[in-house]
Design a protein around this ligand. Structure first.
Ligand code: FAD
Length: 545
């Protein structure tokens, strides 16, 4: 029974060791030990000639020792000598505790002895010390050897140095843990899939999505990529082609609404752990798919909301314009009446006829029609909308304006010299109005350069902060505004353009009004002679100005 136990746990090594030991027992080997080993060999001997057993055990790469019941060493092989640094003549007669580093917990030894005293095989790890004082981790197997009565008579020990293996394992474990923590910290869904498209690594975001979808997210992504982005993962894998930012929409049951993900994938070399791949030359090159999916639902919803808002605004503007056109047409029609009456009155006066009473009647008719026309026009005047004030970043606003006019800049060969201060204080204001202000100024600058003969057309835009004020300068190298007109350009309906351009001449007047409404000002630099330089100053949000 006990021999069978030994056979099942440590064959064939122990059988070899015993056979070898029996074939050429070292001097002083107790006869009862030889007897026990003979008994065991009858059950599991390998059939090799005894001298070969001796050779095999002596040259075995694992440290082998045979002890009495108190762990006193009776035999040790070459590997034992090499590993421990003790000559076998030195070791024989000493206790195995000779190898103890005295740092293995007492409980481990207790477990070891409890197990082997109960005739069972023990295997575990101990911290050992060599003769030269260096320590190593020993993976130890102890097999009790039983006498005829089935009592433990000796112990057979085999151990090997696993210091490096353990270090590598711990390092590997640490690397894995580190890698997993990094993956978990990433706010995107990450999964690594093997060639059979099985998930071999996933992060917490992936697991969360799995529970949201009630299934494997990868399968859903694969289908969505095929259906919505016309991207076949099998084809991409064959070609080794990565993909980036493929947007997919996943619809879920219930009222949660759709979710959008931006998917990217890269083919990375995975490790092939199949034993059969050992001799294969490309056993390392298994293409694994690293799938990253970034949830963009919030952004998509925001874009959708903005699109609808924009549509609504366009529709409202269209309706307003339509209403104004109708009202103006009515006013024009109504004006026709008094004009006809004036014409008749003029004719009457020219012919020397017409008494004061009929003239008064005509005048009162004109007055009534005039009032009606005025009322019609006033009724369609759009109401001034009070817009909410927000924290506005002027650099952002100017950047948007530049983008809005880019096409005109390109058409006219105008270069923008954009010199923003890296961080400008926020301004409290209505973004739409401020955008309008700078758009007026940019339109003016572009218009000035359109008529310029200069080859180097340039608009310089500068932002900076001065004593709590955010200053914006828009400067063009066009013809500039003559000094005598620099005040007039701010009058409503005054236009200084010389080239017959359309426009009501309201731009600068409106722009200054917007700047004033925001507690700031707008000036044209009177000393700038190489074109026109307009300066807008607005109080920074926290400036208390
Ligand atoms: P010990 O005085 O040996 O006692 C430690 C604990 O073990 C105590 O709890 C004690 O009660 C119990 N114990 C000790 N001897 C017996 C016994 N005969 N019966 C029941 N309980 C007992 N140790 C190593 O550190 N490294 C080795 O590589 C190693 N190889 C071994 C190989 C074999 C085949 C055997 C049988 C033992 C081996 N040992 C090894 C264990 C070693 O004999 C010591 O028990 C251990 O080193 C602790 O030594 P110690 O002097 O600190 O304490």
């Amino acid at each position: 029974m006990a021999a069978n136990n030994l056979e099942s746990t440590n064959q064939p090594m122990i059988a070899d060791v015993i056979g070898n030991f029996l074939a050429a027992p070292p001097a002083g080997t107790p006869p009862e030990l030889l007897e026990s080993f003979s008994l065991m060999l009858r059950n599991g001997g390998s059939g090799l000639p005894p001298h070969l057993f001796q050779e095999v055990v002596d040259q075995a790469p694992v440290a082998v020792s045979v002890t009495d019941r108190k762990a006193n060493i009776l035999y040790a092989n070459h590997a034992f000598e090499r590993l421990t640094g003790y000559d076998r003549r030195e070791a024989v007669g000493k206790n195995e505790s000779l190898l103890s580093n005295k740092t293995t917990p007492e409980s481990v030894y207790q477990n070891l002895w409890q197990t082997i005293s109960a005739s069972a095989h023990w295997s575990g790890v101990l911290v050992n010390r060599r003769k030269d004082g260096s320590e190593y981790l020993a993976e130890l197997d102890i097999a009790p050897v039983l006498d005829r009565e089935g009592r433990v008579s000796h112990y057979l020990g085999m151990h090997r140095d696993i210091t490096e293996v353990d270090r590598l394992q711990r390092e590997n474990g640490y690397q894995k843990e580190l890698f997993q923590s990094v993956l978990n910290a990433a706010p995107v869904v990450v999964a690594l899939l093997d060639t059979q498209q099985r998930v071999i690594l996933e992060n917490q975001e992936y697991q969360r999505l799995k529970s949201d979808l009630g299934g494997e997210p990868f399968a859903v992504f694969r289908r969505a990529l095929e259906e919505q982005a016309e991207l076949s993962l099998s084809v991409a894998c064959e070609l080794g082609r990565p993909f980036r930012n493929q947007e997919v929409r996943l619809d879920q049951a219930g009222g949660a609404g759709p979710r959008w993900f931006s998917c990217s994938g890269a083919w990375v070399c995975g490790f092939n752990d199949a034993v059969s791949a050992y001799f294969s030359e490309d056993n390392q090159a298994q293409p694994c798919l690293l799938l990253l999916a970034n949830e963009i639902t919030a952004r998509k919803r925001e874009v959708e909301r903005a699109r609808l808002q924009h549509l609504r605004a366009v529709l409202a503007e269209q309706q307003l314009a339509e209403g104004m056109r109708e009202a103006l047409a009515a006013a024009v029609f109504q004006l026709q009446g008094p004009l006809n009456v004036i014409e008749a009155a003029t004719r009457m006066l020219d012919s020397g006829g017409g008494d004061p009473a009929s003239l008064r009647g005509m005048l009162s008719e004109i007055l009534n029609s005039g009032r009606k026309t005025l009322e019609t026009m006033q009724a369609v005047l759009p109401e001034t909308v009070v817009e909410a004030q927000n924290s506005v970043n002027l650099n952002e606003i100017l950047h948007e304006v530049i983008q809005l006019v880019t096409e005109r800049l390109l058409v006219n060969g105008i270069v923008i010299d954009w010199r923003p201060e890296a961080v400008v204080p926020a301004v409290s204001g209505v973004g739409k109005q401020l955008r309008g202000l700078f758009k007026y100024l940019m339109d003016n600058a572009i218009r000035a350069l359109e008529g310029s003969r200069s080859n180097a057309r340039e608009i310089r835009i500068l932002t900076c902060e001065e004593d709590g004020l955010v200053m914006v300068e828009i400067q063009d190298n066009g013809p500039g505004i003559p000094r005598e007109e620099q005040i007039k350009v701010f009058e409503p309906f005054y236009s200084a353009w010389r080239h017959g351009e359309k426009g009501a001449g309201m731009g600068l007047a409106l722009a200054r009004e917007i700047a004033n409404r925001h507690g700031g000002g707008l000036t044209v630099d009177p000393d700038f002679e190489d074109g026109c330089r307009v300066r807008v100053e607005l109080p920074g949000r926290g400036s208390g100005l």
